[in-house]
Design a protein. Structure first.
Length: 362
């Protein structure tokens, strides 16, 4: 059957050609076949630092404040293993990308998932937690543009959360996987733009979405040197770094693919418009997101009681459209489904029409 698959956030576009060419060239050199460096080759760390200066006017030390990781997931999971012990509280929004909760559980910490109908409410919940709980969070784990809700924040949000964390001696991990996927002129700020953020925060970036490099497994973590050191220590026991040709090609992505990255973003914006318009025509109004590669849609009223899992199964069976049920992102994801913008405009129109027929006839 021809299912339009909008389930997983798995980019469908090609990696920029010059990155692929560099990989091939570097793979031919036997010097690049040896063990690499666990924390990433120096040239790649220098390129990461240059990106932060160029895009966010943030100064970083490539040796102490930057580490290359096997994607953002590796950074998140291992940072949590390195810093969280039994009973440590980690506060994060609910719903959330699953590793934000399960990374804490795997480290035997206590995942304190706070509701996030919007970022301001999340901040209120955090404030309340500090006021009322005897177990203060050791870590706050956030991510904006947010998967799955698509919420975006401005620098004031980061100023507030950094000040709050400072007051209470909490560290912050900001997963910035959708740093470059921003629409309508919105530019997602880095938490490290807040003066003093480096004292308590790290930020995790991924090449997966910005450069269509999901399968390559490259990301990095930057910021607080103590947290970077902890991640470097645990990774030094676990891996020998990413295959060197992949790291060399990643330098090209960061240095020379700004235009390609912008084009990828424009593609997602166009797809967003096509899907949002199509769903509206189908009688299913949804908010257009300002960032991320998703549309987060409240389930139409007649189906709400069935729950997001049953509704997703219905969409699959009757409209041949695959989506992610909101419950998969935590209990407060219930009542929504997530569309990933990973099929082309024609297929998105097809999906919206098919949903329209299903909603009308069912
Ligand atoms: C919020 C968030 N963080 C991290 C990741 C994973 O990124 P990577 O491919 O770099 O591991 C994703 C992927 O969907 C994501 O949505």
């Amino acid at each position: 059957m021809d299912v339009v698959d909008l389930g997983m956030g798995n980019p469908d576009g090609a990696t920029p050609q010059i990155v692929v060419d560099k990989l091939i060239e570097a793979a031919r050199n036997p010097r690049n076949h040896r063990y690499s460096m666990s924390r990433g080759i120096p040239h790649l760390r220098e390129e990461i630092v240059k990106r932060y200066k160029r895009k966010h006017d943030v100064d970083l030390d490539p040796d102490k404040e930057a580490i290359v990781t096997m994607g953002a997931k590796d950074a998140l999971a291992h940072l949590l293993f390195a810093t969280v012990g039994p009973g440590d509280v980690v506060a994060a929004p609910n719903p959330a990308y699953p590793i934000h909760q399960y990374g804490v559980i795997m480290a035997e910490g206590h995942a304190c998932m706070l509701p996030m109908p919007n970022p301001a409410e999340f901040l209120n919940g955090l404030e309340h937690l500090y006021r009322t709980s005897s177990r203060k969070p050791k870590l706050i784990l956030i991510s904006f543009p947010h998967n799955p809700t698509t919420h975006c924040v401005d620098l004031d949000f980061f100023r507030e959360i950094v000040a709050m964390a400072h007051r209470h001696g909490t560290m912050i991990v900001h997963d910035f996987a959708y740093a470059d996927i921003c629409f309508d002129g919105y530019q997602a700020p880095s938490i490290l733009q807040v003066p003093g953020a480096k004292d308590i925060a790290v930020e995790i970036f991924s090449l997966s979405k910005s450069y269509n490099m999901a399968g390559w497994r490259v990301g990095f973590c930057v910021g607080n040197p103590k947290l970077i050191g902890a991640l470097a220590r645990i990774k030094s026991y676990l891996d020998y770094g990413i295959l060197q040709p992949v790291q060399i090609a990643s330098i090209i992505a960061l240095r020379e693919c700004e235009d390609e990255s912008r084009k990828i973003c424009v593609t997602y914006q166009k797809r967003r418009d096509v899907l949002v318009e199509g769903l509206c025509r189908a009688g299913w109004p949804v908010q257009p997101p300002r960032g991320s590669m998703f549309v987060w849609a409240p389930i139409p009223e007649p189906y709400r009681a069935a729950g997001s899992l049953e509704f997703s199964k219905l969409l699959m069976a009757k409209a041949l459209v695959a989506v992610s049920p909101g419950i998969g992102f935590g209990p407060l994801g219930e009542g929504h489904v997530r569309f990933a913008l990973i099929e082309n405009n024609h297929r998105l129109r097809q999906a919206a029409k098919s949903i329209q027929r299903f909603l009308k006839d069912d």
